[in-house]
Design a protein around this ligand. Structure first.
Ligand code: SF4
Length: 249
């Protein structure tokens, strides 16, 4: 089976514990206005227009067995770390992801998901990975629809299914965008939801990425101006969780 990948980073320090290979899948069901990987949203292979007037393609077809062999061999060179599947949304290519995971059974693996996917597929993938990074964002459905193009129901339902029906450890990860994520109502809703979960290990907030607008320029698009006025927020005093919580640098 083939899948579409738009990047492979061979020495990432930000996508989980240790040194990791990160594989970026094309395609995402969301359209977050602040998205830091706009080249990962569409399943289509796209041109990225470089400042020197040339272009490169974002997206390449990979065969699962061949990519699995390459990842196995490359991961052998890593002492402490593993492989992270990110995107885009890896579960948009669920069958390809499952086939790929079957090729690397003894390697520490992380899947980063926005949770907007079929719940049975999520549970199936969870059975095969070491850890899940679950990307929670906006709890209010109407606001979620405005900022991400999708209401929050599926992501919340799937988070609860993962919590109750799987044994795989998971971490909640989300951007700390002032006004959008970091506003009092959303932070209270997030806190209440997270504190109602039984198995979440940790919460990690990701700072806003000031490089994102450059990526939009490569696609000859512009980042939503509403997001340019929303730098990284800070955790409010009332935000108390029963699990560790960290703002990553
Ligand atoms: S879920 Fe992630 S990849 Fe998808 S649109 Fe949102 S920020 Fe971009």
């Amino acid at each position: 089976m083939t899948g579409v990948i738009f990047d492979i980073h061979e020495s990432s320090l930000h996508d989980g514990n240790g040194l990791r290979i990160t594989v970026f899948f094309k395609g995402c069901p969301l359209r977050c206005r602040w998205c830091h990987s706009p080249e990962g949203q569409s399943m289509k292979i796209e041109k990225l227009f470089l400042p020197d007037g040339t272009y490169r393609m974002a997206g390449e077809f990979y065969e699962a067995k061949k990519l699995g062999k390459y990842l196995r061999e490359t991961a052998e060179l890593i002492d402490n770390g593993g492989i992270t599947f990110s995107g885009g949304e890896p579960l948009m290519q669920g069958e390809f992801l499952l086939e790929l995971l079957n090729e690397i059974p003894d390697i520490h693996t992380i899947v980063e998901t926005c949770g907007v996917c079929d719940s049975q597929l999520l549970l199936k993938v969870a059975e095969k990975v070491s850890l899940i990074h679950y990307g929670l964002k906006i709890i209010d459905s109407r606001k979620s629809e405005f900022w991400t193009g999708c209401d929050s129901k599926t992501a919340i339902d799937n988070l609860i299914a993962l919590d109750k029906q799987s044994q795989t450890p998971y971490i909640i990860r989300m951007p700390l965008l002032a006004k959008i994520i970091d506003n009092e109502n959303n932070m209270r809703d997030l806190m209440n939801l997270i504190n109602s979960l039984d198995r979440v290990q940790k919460v990690e907030f990701l700072p806003s990425n000031s490089m994102a607008s450059a990526k939009y320029a490569l696609l000859q698009k512009e980042i939503d101006p509403l997001c340019q006025n929303c730098p990284s927020g800070k955790l409010p005093d009332f935000f108390k969780l029963k699990v560790p919580c960290e703002i990553l640098s």
